[in-house]
Each structure stands twice: as structure tokens, then as C-alpha cells.
Write a protein that binds this ligand. Structure first.
Ligand code: AKG
Ligand code: FE2
Length: 380
């Protein structure tokens, strides 16, 4: 996740006004009128970067089961949640209490449970450390929360399938062959483990400095994020190009899809990652689940290039001009964009999870934390 300097947000407010609501894209339109579907999708992806997906292929009875189980997971006794704490996973799966991520500046006010589909860990002595990123997740015993693991894994598997199909549609919407953007994933699915994160944002009544922050303004690092808003709280907001916060209220039966940095880089700015935030709910906890589709581990994003047709470049140019960006400027990569995607993910995980690093990556721990554990973690 990329935290933002508040000044960047301020400067944006000088720009011209953009969208004020989030478009809804109907998955089934692809079968009825493919051309219209792709046109709507292209508009949502290039000009907004946030959309609701309605009539999606995930069965609603499964979604309802997931919705029912989500608060039940967080209602488990604290010892049960602690027994699957992320500090016990070399793959950075598991539970994080409120404030459990060592983010600087803006502590998030949320609890979370991270998991991925069943994968074999391919790490062996002498092989790159990033191979430890993948492996089986930590789950509560089935006796304490019957059906949780199976339901969540079923949900995950179906979302993973949908994320491939959706990416193929995005590829076509941008004038490419369906498989082209899917080449950002690993064709061997056993080598790709997108992360799924279940969140609980506790209520935080407005204080003297305004409303609390569930998660501060940020971009996602994913290619695309598929978000299920589990509870009916109007606390998710996206920032449009003019700097205004646009509410993304839950719509039952939809996913919210948002564009992450990896897809912005892969498309060299044809698509742009969207800034969003969650305000703490004033009363009652808020729950959501994010599925973060991710780049194949072997990809170096700065080496990826797609041959978009002129009309797509023209739409990008028109958007940039409308939003006050230099439309002629070449996309600029950061030095780390030449590294393997897996190395970048590991770097981010190590920085944000010192306890798991101490246990499972001792060599990297000394390198990243030469002064030992940050003081707030010393009690562990
Ligand atoms: O919980 C939400 O609605 C959004 C979460 C989010 O933006 C994130 O975890 O990156
Ligand atoms: Fe996000």
C-alpha cells in the first residue's frame, strides 16, 4: 500500500471537476451486447478507475454465507485470534489486531485476517527468500468456527477465477487480445497466491479533530482489488481527479473494483491507480473483504509493454488534459520497478511486519531493523 503525502491531495483540489459517482458495470451485459459492455468498461477503467460490478458470477448464496461468517470470525475470543497471529506465518498470512501493522504516520483503525488459497511453499535452503511468500494460510480450528475455512476458500477460488475473466475483459476493452493483460498473472496458478484480507473497522465517534481514519488515503499495490462491502456503512470514499471525495456506498450484490499501482505501471499510465480511504464508522463496526489480484512473481514491471491502439492513447490524453496532467509526458518508472515483483512484495511485507520477519527472515531482520524491534512491539 502506498501512503500519500497530504500535500499531494491538496494540490489536486486545484484541478477541474471530474466524476461524482461511481459507474456500475453489469457483467451479464458482456453476453448481451459485448461492444456496449467493452465501451462502458473502457470508460470506467480509463476515466474513473473505480467501479461497481453487478450481476457477477459469484453465487449470491456463497456471498451471503461469507457475509454471515465475517463478524463471527472477529467475535472469536482474542486468544483464538492470537493463536493465528501473522507473526506465526512466514507467508504473512493470519490475524492482525488493531494497530498490528507497523505503518508510520497514519495508524489504521482496523483488525484484519489475511489468507490465500492453499499453495505449496517452494522455498529451500539456498533459494531466494521471496519464495517463502507463498504457502498455506493459518485458519481457526473448524470446531471454533465451523465452515469458515471451506467457505472462505471457496469464495477465494471463485474470485480468483473471476479476476482472470475480468482481466481478459479489461484487455479487450483496451483494444488488446483477451490473453494479453492476463500475461501479468502466472500461467501456472499454483505459483500465484493473491491475498484476501477480511477487515473489521471498529466504531470511532467523531472527535475534536474530525472523524477517525479506518484506513488513510492510499493507492493499492495490486493490479485490481475486488472489494466486498459486508456491512451497510457509508464509509468508503474515492478521490476523483479534482480532489473531491466521492462516496462509494455499499450496493448489495456488487463488488467494488479499484485499480492498483501495478496495473497503472503495466499500462504505462493508460489506467491510473485510484486514491481511496475508509473513514471509521461513527457507530457500529464496519466489515469488508478485499481480494488483491497480483502480478506474477517473475515479472519486472518496467519491462512490460503493451501495444494499445491509438484511440486508447487518445482517451488517456483527453483524461490527462482534463485533469491537468502533462499528457505528452512519458510514464516514469521508479528504480525499484526494475526489480522482480516478488522482491518488491517481500520488501513491503518485511517493512510492515517486523515480528514475522524476526522469526522467519532473521538475516533480513538485521538488515531492515538494525536497532531491533520497534518499541511498540517489544512486549511480544
Ligand atoms: O475496507 C475497505 O473498504 C477498503 C480497504 C482498502 O482500501 C485496502 O485495504 O486497501
Ligand atoms: Fe485500498
Amino acid at each position: 500500500m502506498v501512503r500519500l503525502n497530504p500535500r499531494i491531495l491538496l494540490n489536486n483540489s486545484l484541478m477541474s471537476l471530474e466524476y461524482t459517482e461511481i459507474p456500475v458495470v453489469d457483467w451479464t451485459l458482456a453476453e448481451r451486447d459485448k461492444v456496449l459492455f467493452l465501451t462502458e468498461l473502457r470508460n470506467a477503467m480509463i476515466n474513473v478507475g473505480f467501479l461497481y460490478l453487478s450481476n457477477h458470477p459469484i453465487p449470491m448464496d456463497l456471498v451471503d454465507k461469507v457475509i454471515d461468517l465475517t463478524p463471527k470470525f472477529f467475535d472469536l475470543p482474542q486468544e483464538v485470534k492470537n493463536s493465528i497471529d501473522m507473526s506465526k506465518s512466514p507467508h504473512f498470512h493470519g490475524y492482525l489486531r488493531v494497530g498490528g501493522e507497523a505503518n508510520d504516520g497514519h495508524p489504521d483503525t482496523r483488525e484484519q485476517f489475511n489468507f490465500g488459497g492453499d499453495r505449496t511453499c517452494r522455498f529451500e535452503e539456498g533459494k531466494p527468500e521471496y519464495l517463502k511468500l507463498q504457502g498455506s494460510a493459518l485458519w481457526p480450528e473448524d470446531t471454533v468456527l465451523p465452515g469458515y475455512r471451506d467457505t472462505m476458500l471457496d469464495y477465494y477460488q471463485r474470485l480468483e477465477d473471476m479476476s482472470w475473466e475480468f482481466m481478459a475483459y479489461v484487455s479487450e476493452a483496451l483494444g488488446l487480445q483477451p490473453h494479453e493483460l492476463c500475461s501479468l498473472f502466472d500461467p501456472d496458478r499454483s505459483k500465484l497466491q493473491p491475498r484476501c484480507k477480511v477487515f473489521r473497522y471498529p466504531a470511532c465517534p467523531p472527535g475534536p479533530s474530525g472523524r477517525g481514519s479506518g484506513i488513510a488515503a492510499h493507492y493499492d499495490n495490486s493490479l485490481l482489488t475486488y472489494l466486498l462491502q459486508v456491512s451497510d456503512q457509508h464509509v468508503l470514499q474515492v478521490q476523483n481527479h479534482s480532489g473531491d471525495w466521492v462516496s462509494v456506498p455499499p450496493i448489495h450484490g456488487t463488488f467494488v473494483i479499484n485499480l492498483g499501482k501495478a496495473l497503472e505501471k503495466a499500462t504505462r499510465g493508460v489506467l491510473t491507480a485510484t486514491i481511496h480511504q475508509v473513514i471509521s464508522p461513527p457507530v457500529g463496526a464496519r466489515y469488508s473483504i478485499g481480494f488483491f489480484s497480483s502480478l506474477a512473481m517473475h515479472i519486472r514491471i518496467a519491462e512490460v509493454k503493451f501495444d494499445f491502439p491509438q484511440e486508447v492513447w487518445d482517451m488517456k490524453k483527453a483524461r490527462d488534459e482534463r485533469t491537468g496532467k502533462d499528457s505528452e509526458k512519458e510514464f516514469e518508472f521508479a528504480p525499484k520497478d526494475h526489480q522482480l515483483a516478488a522482491e518488491i512484495v517481500l520488501d513491503e511485507k518485511i517493512r510492515t511486519h517486523p515480528l514475522a520477519t524476526l522469526r522467519y527472515y532473521p538475516n533480513l531482520f538485521d538488515q531492515y531493523f538494525p536497532n531491533g524491534l520497534p518499541t511498540h512491539l517489544l512486549a511480544h
